[in-house]
Design a protein around this ligand. Structure first.
Ligand code: NAD
Length: 462
């Protein structure tokens, strides 16, 4: 029998499935089939492609419960959040179904009057997508949907921790494509424990024309270097270290609500999770008290159980990394106001935790936490608050809160990130361009911009 690997439930540590551990021959064969699929897909009109995407949206939505349960079992998030991700992940198919028929071009007279300049857009070619475990559906659909809409075949390598949701989505896409008479290998999923081998092999093959990656900055840099040999198009959605700046005149009721959203969505295992709460000193005491209260009310447990609002972390390694960041901060002088202790028993759990008096050089303020831990630091003057917010190598998301329109404008202008939420704790939207600057990478997913990542500009001199 072909090689397989285990998939675990992080809440129970039980093996819940085994999936194929594919190797080099399978990867290269998949790329060959992708090339063929592009030819067949090119025969579809933009409207024809749009209708297939729309069908995928309908089919995922109709199977929300099955998708959500699979996701909770392999990833751990509470079922209600998993259902939220199904809606969000499916939305990329609806959005890009609508974009597939709006790929822009232009025609203009050449300045010298000796002809016309026509600009059109053509599919990049076969795409490799490598995705993380934190949003097993949405991190892939925001790549698959625009690739399909643009006319590109795509091979997806999901994280080894969470391949099941992706295998389910492949079934649904396969069904929709087949019903329309399209190529069955337009979207292929390759599960493997050898991620590095897969990316090296496929990126060395000149039939591949694009790599799109969501994951850590360290791996993103390796892939960008590897992409140089064949000068592949690249999109890199990497790590974050989001600041959450609370100004003197902010509305604390709103702030606390948004703080819980920005911190606790996905148990903090989100690249746009607020890592650093930077609060004006006049509000810091009350903010900490109210945040501590809300965090201590979080119910930790198996995501399939009713009432659970915080599931396990994905692996023991991830949980231990969070515990280490907290312990180092405490050793350096920080105080825990709630949480901070790894519970006994099965499952990779870490509790909702708040830390105050964190020294400016503590690693927890520098690195992505990727867990349910909030750090609170203070500022006296907004210049100082904004400088602290921007004092990070990352630039994915930032959040700012004020009731003064001039201060809001200033925060929007001066917070250095690809995405800024003003008086908002939840910013993700399939219709908006998601992506970062600095060590958070480049490229955008979603919005009108998302499809450009899969199109080459072609100029026709007429
Ligand atoms: P990771 O970089 O370890 O893994 C991501 C993917 O890359 C997985 O599929 C993994 O198997 C694969 N991979 C690992 N090493 C590889 C290698 N050498 N070559 C090729 N592929 C390799 O990241 P993770 O721990 O799974 O995910 C968490 C990270 O993802 C965080 O840093 C988070 O901020 C980031 N993330 C970013 C976004 C975004 O849109 N910017 C969204 C979600 C997560």
């Amino acid at each position: 029998m072909a090689k397989q690997f285990d998939v675990l439930n992080p809440a129970t540590e039980d093996v819940i499935a085994q999936v194929p551990d594919t190797g080099k021959d399978e990867w290269l064969a998949a790329l060959g089939r992708a090339v063929e699929a592009q030819r067949a897909w090119a025969e579809f009109s933009p409207r024809g492609r749009a209708e297939v995407l729309r069908a995928v949206y309908e089919k995922i939505t109709a199977r929300t419960d099955e998708f959500a349960r699979t996701m909770t079992k392999e990833m751990g998030k509470p079922l209600a959040e998993a259902k939220g991700e199904v809606a969000y992940g499916a939305e990329y198919f609806r959005w890009f179904a609508e974009e597939a028929v709006r790929i822009p071009g232009r025609l203009g007279r050449a300045p010298a009057g000796n002809g016309d300049i026509a600009v059109t857009r053509v599919p990049v070619g076969p795409v490799l997508a490598i995705t993380p475990w934190n949003f097993p559906l949405a991190m892939a659909t925001r790549k698959i949907a625009p690739a399909m809409a643009a006319g590109c075949p795509i091979v997806v390598k999901p994280a080894a921790e969470t391949p099941l949701t992706m295998l389910l989505v492949a079934d649904v896409i396969g069904e929709a494509v087949a019903e329309a008479g399209g190529p069955k290998d337009l979207v292929q999923i390759l599960t493997t424990t050898d991620s590095a081998g897969l990316s090296e092999t496929l990126m060395a093959d000149e039939r591949l024309r694009k790599i799109t990656f969501t994951g850590s900055t360290a791996v993103g840099k390796i892939l960008v270097k590897q992409s140089a040999d064949n000068l592949l198009r690249t999109s890199m959605e990497l790590g974050g270290n989001a600041p959450f700046v609370v100004c003197e005149d902010a509305d604390l009721d709103l702030v606390v609500e948004c703080a819980m959203q920005a911190k606790m969505r996905n148990g903090g295992e989100a690249c746009i999770a607020a890592n650093r709460f930077i609060v004006h000193e006049s509000l810091a005491g009350e903010f900490t008290e109210r945040l501590t209260q809300r965090m201590s009310e979080v119910t930790m447990g198996n995501g399939l159980d009713d009432g659970v609002t915080l599931g396990p972390m994905i692996t023991a390694k991830q949980r231990d990394g969070i515990a280490e960041l907290v312990d180092k901060a405490v050793a350096a002088g920080a105080t825990v106001t709630t949480g901070g202790e790894v519970p006994e028993g099965k499952g990779y759990f870490y509790p909702a935790t708040v830390l105050i008096d964190v020294p400016a050089d503590a690693p927890i303020l520098r690195q992505e936490i990727f867990g349910p831990v909030a750090t609170v630091t203070t500022f006296a003057d907004l210049n100082e608050g904004i400088a602290a917010a921007n004092d990070t190598e990352f630039g994915l998301a930032a959040y700012g809160f004020s009731e003064n329109v001039h201060t809001c404008h200033r925060l929007a202008e001066e917070l250095k990130a690809g995405m800024v939420g003003i008086n908002r704790g939840a910013i993700s939207d399939a219709a908006a361009p998601f992506g970062g600057i600095k060590q958070s990478g480049f490229g955008r997913e979603g919005g009108a911009e998302g499809i450009d990542e899969y199109l080459n500009v072609k100029y026709l001199a007429l």
